[in-house]
Design a protein around this ligand. Structure first.
Ligand SMILES: [Fe+2]
Ligand SMILES: [Fe+2]
Ligand SMILES: [Fe+2]
Length: 417
């Protein structure tokens, strides 16, 4: 699949913004560790900028597991007192759901002392030691502020941290003024510049975009299954409507990213076991604008406009803009119908799943009341069984790796401790 909708450089920005939606401090910590690591690698003689970029992406994601296993507002707990859960989950997340699977063990070991990691036979063992030093330096800079001194590392060189990596940090700081730039935030400009050189293949971009969607599973597992099902219902519905390959792809990517704004919503609302009150609903509705802001300027505007209309309805009763039928495209309407059909068919903590008959009735009523695009809703009704069967079979397939992650977690966690 040709994925011309996003550039490599924008992929980095999107990754940062997505993590930022979940927690600002974690995103900034990831960005700083990314920067420190890149300068250490550069100092060590790794001059291929695209290779450094892979490690920067990894460093940006190093604490991603914490969104699942811990309260991210308490980094002291998961970074210092009990680091195993987020290390294991982050490792599996990267192993199964990212293009960085061969580097994922670095995440597993990122809080393990050098005295224990030094004998591990592993392709990226030196880079792992660099990541560990980069990580702790950022933690210390924040904790000690002006009192921070790079010599604090000396006590741990050779035991907690690899001696060469400690040395490398000092060298890199002497050459690039890492600590000063972290403190005055001028490092951000350098990170942006470094990312100009990042070069991702179509396959990697596709995997990263999917990974961003899988981030919604860090908040709520159901969101992943709903999104994946929606993507494939869009595909099958598009096929029935004889959509061009290009249009089908646009709708596919819009479906993939349409609920990414939900990452900014508190879990207690996302999975609330009750209907939400009006104020809460209004708040949840902002997920569409949040998604637009995150994707803006980074991904093709055509895709954003499809995604941003997923809660609009042809009679003007939808949100956020209250668009009416003639203001909407077929591509927007396809995502609306697909998303709604999948949503109704799923069981929610506050209601049972709609039956097929109830869903068909909703679609038919919607055609009569001009709530849905008549042609598209009618195509859905006439081909309901075929579309749903094919879409769910494909979604099931796509979700296998995601489920593997969940089922492997306990096992890996036990053997890791
Ligand atoms: Fe960290
Ligand atoms: Fe960590
Ligand atoms: Fe939504």
């Amino acid at each position: 699949m040709q994925i011309e909708y996003i550039t490599s450089n924008n992929m980095w920005k999107l990754l940062y913004e997505t993590i930022r939606l979940m927690d600002k401090a974690t995103a900034h910590h990831g960005m700083r560790v990314s920067y420190i690591m890149s300068k250490m690698l550069e100092c060590r003689g790794l001059n291929e900028k695209f290779e450094i970029a892979d490690f920067m992406m990894l460093a940006m994601l190093h604490d991603v597991g914490a969104f699942k296993t811990d309260d991210v507002k308490k980094p002291l707990t998961y970074e210092a007192k009990a680091p195993a859960p987020h290390s294991v989950y982050g490792y599996l997340f990267l192993k199964y759901l990212s293009p960085l699977s061969d580097m994922s063990k670095m995440i597993l070991y990122h809080h393990i002392d050098y005295s224990r990691t030094k004998d591990i036979d592993y392709q990226y063992k030196d880079e792992l030691e660099i990541l560990k030093v980069a990580e702790i330096i950022d933690v210390w800079i924040r904790a000690f502020g002006d009192k921070f001194s790079i010599n604090m590392l000396d006590r741990y060189a050779g035991t907690k941290y690899q001696e060469e990596a400690c040395q490398l940090l000092k060298q890199a700081d002497a050459e690039f003024e890492i600590v000063k730039k972290i403190m005055d935030r001028s490092y951000i400009k350098e990170v942006d510049e470094a990312m100009e050189y990042i070069l991702l293949s179509d396959d990697e971009k596709e995997k990263y975009l999917k990974m961003l969607m899988y981030c919604t599973g860090l908040k709520s597992e159901n969101m992943v299954s709903e999104t994946v099902a929606t993507m494939y219902v869009c595909r099958e519905l598009g096929r029935k409507l004889k959509q061009s390959e290009m249009d089908k792809n646009e709708v596919y990517y819009a479906a993939l990213l349409h609920d990414i704004g939900m990452l900014a919503m508190p879990s207690k609302l996302v999975d609330a076991p009750r209907s939400l009150n009006q104020a809460e609903k209004n708040f949840i509705h902002t997920h569409v604008e949040i998604m637009e802001k995150v994707l803006e300027g980074k991904i093709s505007p055509d895709i954003i406009s499809i995604a941003s209309a997923h809660h609009e309805r042809c009679d003007g009763s939808g949100y956020p803009r209250g668009l009416k039928g003639n203001a909407m495209s077929d591509k927007q309407a396809i995502l609306q119908i697909a998303e709604n059909v999948v949503h109704m068919g799923m069981e929610k903590p506050y209601r049972r799943a709609f039956t097929k008959d109830e869903i068909i009735k909703d679609l038919n009523d919607g055609i009569v009341n001009d709530k849905y695009d008549g042609i598209i809703a009618d195509t859905m009704v006439r081909n309901y069984d075929e579309i749903m069967e094919k879409a769910f079979a494909r979604a099931q397939n796509a979700l296998v790796t995601h489920q593997k992650l969940q089922s492997n977690y306990e096992q890996v966690y036990k053997s890791f401790r």
